[in-house]
Design a protein around this ligand. Structure first.
Ligand code: PGA
Length: 250
């Protein structure tokens, strides 16, 4: 592998039922064939098939994560919610936190911070989503938005080695477009700078998300700062997902 790509994270969002599990077999076979230790495939299906996914991918190279959680670590009277401890108990290893699709429904940086703290206390990995909206970008607020999301989201957190940062410009999610190469580079550099200043981390794991597909992944791989991808739409089709991995590792 000539680039730095390590993570391929599929975010299935509110798609996928038990039928989807059958098509997952293709990805499992692919990961066996490749037997690469250098990259990880993580799938984040909806809660309803999370446990099935864990069982199906047991003893494979694929790991499983949830798409969100409640900020309470264990149990509570929170109808419809699922805690990090519950997610851990079924064998999932990651939780996506701070996705823009949840931020728009009222998830604040302070709630996100509590979710991250609970998830880390359960010794799970966090996929921490950050990114600016198109309005914020137009107003030249990208850096200040990212800084606020990082600083407030990571308040009272000392160690960030179990956190994967997912830079997802909101205006690219599901839109079929990606930022200019230089803009991605600059945003990654800025995120690294903030993390170094606050956590002294020299080499944080930052992935890119937002309309990653089999057509643009090769050019994204040229960006050295990118350590992986958070893939929404294209993760729903196993063939497309495999194509993305193949094009990144060849
Ligand atoms: P997309 O979604 O790949 O469909 O743009 C990415 C995400 O929302 O994580």
């Amino acid at each position: 592998m000539t680039n730095n790509i390590k993570y391929f994270i599929g975010n299935l969002k509110m798609y996928g039922n038990t039928n989807y599990l059958k098509s997952m077999q293709k990805v499992i076979n692919f990961s066996y064939k490749k037997k690469h230790k250098k990259f990880k495939i993580v799938f984040c299906p909806p809660y309803t098939i999370l446990s099935d996914f864990v069982k199906l991918t047991k003893n494979t190279q694929i790991e499983v994560g949830a798409q969100n959680c409640h900020h309470n670590e264990y149990t509570g009277s929170f109808t419809g919610s699922i805690s990090p401890n519950m997610i851990k108990s079924i064998g999932a290893k990651y939780i996506i936190i701070g996705h823009s699709e949840n931020r728009v429904t009222g998830e604040t940086n302070s709630i996100i911070n509590k979710k991250i703290i609970s998830t880390l206390s359960q010794k799970l990995n966090v996929i921490f989503c950050i990114g600016e909206t198109s309005k914020e970008k137009k107003l030249n607020k990208t850096n200040s938005v990212l800084k606020k999301q990082i600083i407030n989201g990571l308040k009272n957190i000392k160690k960030i080695d179990k956190i994967i940062f997912a830079y997802e410009p909101v205006w690219c999610i599901g839109k079929g477009k990606i930022p200019k190469t230089n803009d991605i580079k600059n945003q990654f550099k800025y995120i690294k700078k903030i993390l170094f200043k606050n956590f002294k981390t020299l080499n944080p794991t930052i992935v890119y998300g937002g309309s990653v597909d089999q057509n643009n992944v090769e050019s994204l791989c040229q960006i050295n700062e990118i350590k992986g991808f958070l893939i929404g739409g294209a993760s729903r089709k196993p063939n497309k997902f495999i194509d993305i991995v193949k094009k990144s590792i060849n």
